[in-house]
Design a protein around this ligand. Sequence first.
Ligand SMILES: [Zn+2]
Length: 159
Amino acid sequence: MLTEAQREQLKQVLDEEKRRLLRNAQDGLAFSMNRDRDTVGRDSIDESMEEELYSTELRLRDREKWLLGKVVGAMERLEAGTINECEDCGEGIGFKRLLARPVTTLCLDCKEAREKEEKSLAQAGAGRAEAGEGGAAGFGSGAAPGAGGDSGPGPGAGE
Ligand SMILES: [Zn+2]
C-alpha cells in the first residue's frame, strides 16, 4: 500500500503531466492559427505541403490524446487505490518506478518479460521463413532428372 504522502506525490506528478499535455494541445492550436494568418496574401506553399503539415499535426494531437488518456487512467487508478498493482501478476509496483512512470500498469519483471516475449516472437517468425525456403530447395534436386530424358521412342525413331 502507498502512504498518503506517496499518493499525494503521484497526484502532483500526474497533474503536472496533464497540464503539460493540455498546454501542448493549445500550442498546436495556436500554431495552426498563425499558419493561416501567414499564408494570407501569398500562395507560395503548395497544397500537398500544407496537407502534410496538417496531417502531422493531427497525428501529434492523436498521440497527445492517447497520452492524456493514460494519465487520466492513472489518476483513476490512484483514486481507486490500485495504481501500484501490476496488471499481469498483481504484485506491487515499486514507488520509485511509479514516480518515474506514473502511467505504467506493469511491474518491472512483467514489463521485461513482455519485452523479451515480443523480441523472441519476432525472431522465431524470421527463423521459420528461412528454414522453409532452404528445405524446399534441397528436396527438388537429385531424384528425378535423367529418368525421363534418355528413355522412350523419341521424335526421330520412326524415320
Ligand atoms: Zn507483474
